[in-house]
Design a protein around this ligand. Structure first.
Ligand SMILES: Nc1nc2c(ncn2[C@@H]2O[C@H](COP(=O)(O)OP(=O)(O)OP(=O)(O)O)[C@@H](O)[C@H]2O)c(=O)[nH]1
Ligand SMILES: [Mg+2]
Length: 299
């Protein structure tokens, strides 16, 4: 083995819900990004770093590619564009489909216009064992000629070792950009907010999850064994506040319990989670409100 070190940025992109966050967590070996069966879960570019003796792979999980319909979508699109600008390799994920919906079209436009090195990962092969046969007959097929395609299950890990090997081969020789123990560039507060948002995605349907933004305002020690976390869940309407809190506060309590368990794992101690619900009217359409929630489009 020649004594060279490889490193670089890998942008994980694709339509909403194809499994980008599941894959990043799998490749890095740690839960960094939140996951949900609902589309448009990830809203930010989130870094996950895998360092080993011969390489450092810096993955950028991104929001699903879609046509923006409001200010939040604009922000998400901006996060994808920002991430892709700095990558050495684009990892384009897709699921086999018999017809291309609006999101597939948007994702394909992205792929077609991208000029740098690209690797295609066909995901969810556990639910589609015929994927290899079907890809080139599916509507995606005609756009993938001459591209390297790998078949994986991010959920079960099938094909993921091969994928890592291939990525490593394709990366340039380079320095170790981050210390060995770096897993992400995201703060503890950001990850706590995301955990709370993930539990809310699991509990609520229709518009409610999309109207939620979480801000973790305080993380401190109460005693050496006990942490204190204060977080505010913002919604867009009074009626949503009622749904979130539930009768006698039961719904919020149950959301808090789900989130607390995972926050305790993250902080490695017992935690008192102080959860608040506030209304920030129509924040998804309001650039100023978005800025206050930490989602500013920086030019
Ligand atoms: N069966 C199966 N399900 C998967 C696989 N990978 C991801 N999923 C599921 O697909 C859903 C979406 O996964 P995510 O990782 O949140 O997808 P995403 O692409 O990050 O979604 P957005 O952030 O909304 O763009 C979840 O329910 C996952 O459990 C897979 O390989 N097989
Ligand atoms: Mg995601």
């Amino acid at each position: 083995m020649p004594d060279i070190f490889k490193s670089g940025y890998i942008g994980i992109v694709g339509k909403p819900n194809v499994g980008k966050s599941t894959l990043m967590n799998r490749l890095v070996g740690q839960k960094i990004s939140i996951i949900s069966p609902k589309p448009q879960t990830t809203r930010n570019r989130i870094m996950g770093v895998l360092t080993n003796p011969h390489s450092q792979m810096i993955f950028l999980d991104t929001p699903g590619i879609h046509n923006p319909k409001d200010q939040l979508h604009q922000f998400m699109k901006h996060e994808i564009d920002e991430a892709v600008q700095e990558v050495d390799l684009l990892l384009f994920m897709l699921e086999i489909t018999s017809h291309l919906d609006e999101d597939d079209q948007a994702a394909l436009e992205y792929l077609k216009s991208y000029r740098g090195p690209t690797l295609i990962a066909v995901n969810k092969t556990d639910t589609n064992p015929q994927a290899e046969k079907m890809l080139f007959q599916s509507p995606y097929g005609e756009y993938l000629n001459n591209r390297k395609v790998l078949y994986i299950s991010a959920l079960l890990g099938n094909g993921c070792d091969d994928l890592l090997k291939t990525i490593e081969e394709l990366l340039p020789e380079g320095p170790q950009f981050f210390p060995e123990d770096t897993l992400t560039d995201r703060s503890e507060r950001f990850i706590i907010s995301e955990i709370i948002r993930e539990k809310a995605y699991a509990l609520f349907n229709q518009e409610v999850p999309y109207s939620i933004a979480v801000v973790t305002e305080e993380v401190k020690e109460r005693t050496p064994e006990m942490g204190y976390v204060k977080a505010v869940i913002y919604v867009e309407k009074e009626s949503q506040k009622g749904i979130l809190i539930g009768s006698q506060g039961q719904t919020l309590k149950s959301l808090g319990k789900d989130a607390r368990t995972e926050i305790e794992e993250l902080l490695q101690k017992k935690v008192y989670l102080d959860l608040w619900v506030k209304v920030k009217k129509n924040w998804r359409r309001d650039p100023n409100a978005m800025k206050q929630l930490g989602m500013e489009i920086q030019q």
